[in-house]
Design a protein around this ligand. Structure first.
Ligand code: ZN
Ligand code: ZN
Ligand code: ZN
Length: 95
């Protein structure tokens, strides 16, 4: 897994490979196995070996394993800024 540089080859229509959240905040985006994820927490969740510790993301349900990218909004916890601004009516494909 590698961190992307801000502004590095992310088109505005890119979305997280796990939760389909639009990648509007490149700072937290990571690449793993050739796919883009909204953040390290979601990338780990995609691997399926993360035990749920505490609350998960209010948008995509990913366990928050990387608190450096986690944000809170309206007293809800999100794995990253991408999920925090994602449309509320977008249902994640995986919980
Ligand atoms: Zn995601
Ligand atoms: Zn995320
Ligand atoms: Zn999320």
């Amino acid at each position: 897994m590698e961190r992307l540089d801000v502004g590095d080859e992310i088109a505005v229509d890119e979305a997280c490979a796990r939760c389909a959240t639009p990648l509007v905040a490149p700072a937290s985006v990571v690449r793993q196995d050739g796919e883009l994820f909204c953040c390290a927490s979601c990338a780990r969740a995609a691997g399926g070996r993360v035990g749920l510790v505490g609350r998960g993301c209010a948008h995509c349900g990913a366990p928050i394993v990387d608190r450096a990218t986690a944000v809170t909004s309206d007293s809800r916890l999100f794995c990253c800024a991408n999920c925090a601004v994602a449309p509320r009516d977008v249902e994640p494909p995986i919980r």
